[in-house]
Design a protein around this ligand. Structure first.
Ligand SMILES: [Zn+2]
Length: 305
């Protein structure tokens, strides 16, 4: 009994000690585990914070970058718009310059073109006695009517005349020049001669000196070898028929056609007015003196084109 009791007495503290140490062990274990978990938690939080902050940073960077891009895009669009505006302005300016230089060129060309060349003459409006064409050239003597002395023609219109005479010849038509440029004095002498031969009747077929188209240097009288260089009867010749058909192609027009109310019929008398005007007159079946002077003036700039 005594032994049992002492055994019990010994056993209890031992067990208690074991239990205590077990408890302590457990407590320690759980403590260390707890610490570890805490540490892990801290680490995780730290990591999360780091991730979060770096993400924020990137988002912020991205946002600022995109707003920078947006601002740059706006600026670029603005510059493009300004550039386009400048280009439009430049183009308009260029057009204006071209227009101005075109007008200047036109005016320059017009100022160098003798406006008398397309002037209608009458007893009211006539050519000044001192008028002399800017440049005269002799017509090739091969084209002159037999027995005619040197004849002069306006230098700028001469190539058209020679082309016409050559082409007529190629068509088997012999056109000869009886009279081309006549000065005021020549015209006066001629008028005197006509007056001597025909008396006052000369007024109906020879223009008074001072308003003859011959003084321009762009007008001439034709004949053919068949007529022996005379003017009468020219209206019935093949040469006249050829001129009626083709003269406009070379810029020539019949000043006083049959039935005109302006002057006596002169089938031999042709005036250079330029291809455009001559062709338009023919199309309209009109004569030079039928048209208004202002309408005729529009053709002056292209008379030698
Ligand atoms: Zn004439």
């Amino acid at each position: 009994m005594e032994t049992k009791k002492s055994q019990k007495t010994l056993l209890i503290p031992a067990l208690s000690g074991l239990l205590l140490s077990l408890l302590l062990g457990l407590a320690y274990y759980s403590y260390t585990q707890h610490e570890r978990i805490l540490m892990l938690l801290q680490e995780r939080n730290f990591f999360l914070l780091e991730v979060a902050s770096s993400t924020d940073l990137r988002v912020a960077e991205a946002q600022s970058a995109s707003s920078t891009i947006a601002a740059l895009t706006l600026e670029r669009d603005d510059l493009i718009a300004k550039l386009e505006q400048e280009e439009t302005k430049n183009e308009a300016f260029e057009r204006q310059i071209k227009k101005i230089s075109g007008t200047v060129g036109r005016l320059d060309k017009l100022s160098k073109t003798d406006e008398e060349l397309l002037q209608k003459y009458s007893k009211v409006y006539f050519l000044n006695e001192n008028y002399i064409p800017s440049r005269l050239k002799t017509i090739d003597s091969a084209f002159l009517a037999a027995g005619r002395k040197e004849q002069y023609f306006h230098a700028d219109a001469l190539p058209y005349l020679e082309d016409m005479l050559k082409d007529a010849k190629a068509d088997g038509v012999n056109l000869t020049v009886v009279s081309a440029y006549r000065s005021f004095e020549t015209q006066a002498e001629l008028k005197g001669a006509y007056l001597q031969s025909y008396g006052s009747g000369a007024n109906t077929f020879s223009a008074d000196q001072g308003y003859s188209e011959h003084q321009l240097g762009t007008t001439l009288d034709f004949s053919t070898p068949d007529l022996d260089g005379s003017l009468g009867g020219f209206g019935g010749t093949e040469a006249y028929a050829w001129l009626k058909e083709h003269a406009h192609e070379y810029g020539f027009t019949l000043s006083y056609p049959e039935g005109n109310s302006y002057y006596v019929y002169e089938p031999w008398h042709w005036r250079f007015v330029g291809e455009d005007l001559a062709s338009d007159l023919r199309r309209a079946d009109a004569s030079f003196y039928d048209w208004d002077q202002r309408k005729i003036d529009e053709y002056l700039i292209k008379i030698f084109d």
